[in-house]
Design a protein around this ligand. Sequence first.
Ligand SMILES: [Mn+2]
Length: 466
Amino acid sequence: MDPYRTRRLNQALRNSLAELLQVAVKDPRVGFVTINKVELNRDHSVARVAFTVLGDEDERTTSLAGLKKARGYLQSRLARGLQLRQAPELRFEYDDSVERGIEMDEVLDDLAARGEFLTDAERRRRLTLADLVPPADFMAGLRAARNLWVVPHHNPDPDAAGAALALVEALRASGREAVVVGYPDPPAGLPDLPGYSDVIAGEDLAALLDEDPPDALVLVDCHRIDRCGPLEDMLEGLETRWCIDHHLVSGRKAPEPGWNEPRACSTCTLIHRVIEDLGRGTNEDPPFALTLDMATNLYAGLLNDTGGFRFDNTGPLSFELAGQLAALGVDTAKVAALTLHRHRREGFDLLKKVIGTFAYHADGRVAVGHAGIAMMEETGAVPADTEGFVNMVMAVEGVEMAAFLKETEPGVWRTSLRARLGADVQAVAARHGGGGHLQASGCTLEGDIVELSAMLARELTAALDA
Ligand SMILES: [Mn+2]
């Protein structure tokens, strides 16, 4: 059947029906009926008539009864009026699309009020400390333990170490035994944090495990023991494990139970919430207040994980916590001087060499540099010493994108890519099987450093105007 004819007929039927109901049907029950739509089926034998009526459920029922009663009359009048060989059979249906529309608006309003349509950035702007509530099972797990080991990830940074130190002090204040587990040769700055002299590492740890094994482990700033490097084997035998972390869960292995909250800019932010909760006390546990040492350790993590409040994970929440900690008397300048952008002497000697490798491309808009194994051997530096090198070159005027390659095994280069706000290096990383964020991504490349550097220079230059 010609679809245009069907559409015209639908329209004609609707108009005629509306008119007939107004002038020809005497039944008072159909007085307030409105015909919204008529839809003929394929062979025009049936017409579905969608109507609404002013009034309530009862009104609907009586109107429908009136329409059904008038059906025969209406069909014959329509056939005559529209000169149809055979009138379609009219099937009246109450049209609730308007009501459903109103309901849908209410649902949408409700979702909007709950922040469902906000961008991630808008949501982060609204987040406050009070929104971060430690899970009840995690808190119950902590309270059930009497002797805890708190374990930062291998190659601990100030967030991992600060979180462990602050949590252990709080657990002790709540009447528990607690120990910070550490690693030999901590990075510069960490030993200056309050309480660091109590950290137990190396052989002392093995001895402690024999003498006085813990009844629970708490991993901080990581969510699986495979992030604990040389400690993994030792920790594997301890069955009660919790984690508190702000990293996205990746890989196939499940995280330990606990609290993983990627909206937090640092693990120390989450530890602050846990300490406040523990500090309220219970029938069995004494209340206590956040001390200056706890606050100092928490501030160290917050400051470093936000890159000194410069990274894009920095939001009102970061400053809310910073404000509270500073108000407790934290010496913020001292913490920054001790922990932020620190280098070991070996790392600085490596930096002197690395800076010489940086070359500019695309009129200085792209910079590419590297640290090879030979350079690290000459200076005594390790790959972890290169932390932050790529950010230094991003601070050079005119540089919009940078790549920094560090050799982890002969011919294998762990590559960090950076871009200014608004640009995108993620696509370049993804092309080589890597990933990350738009402005900070990474991938692993294999080959000759001269060729790899030239390739990255080309790809980043192409991405500049993409
Ligand atoms: Mn962290």
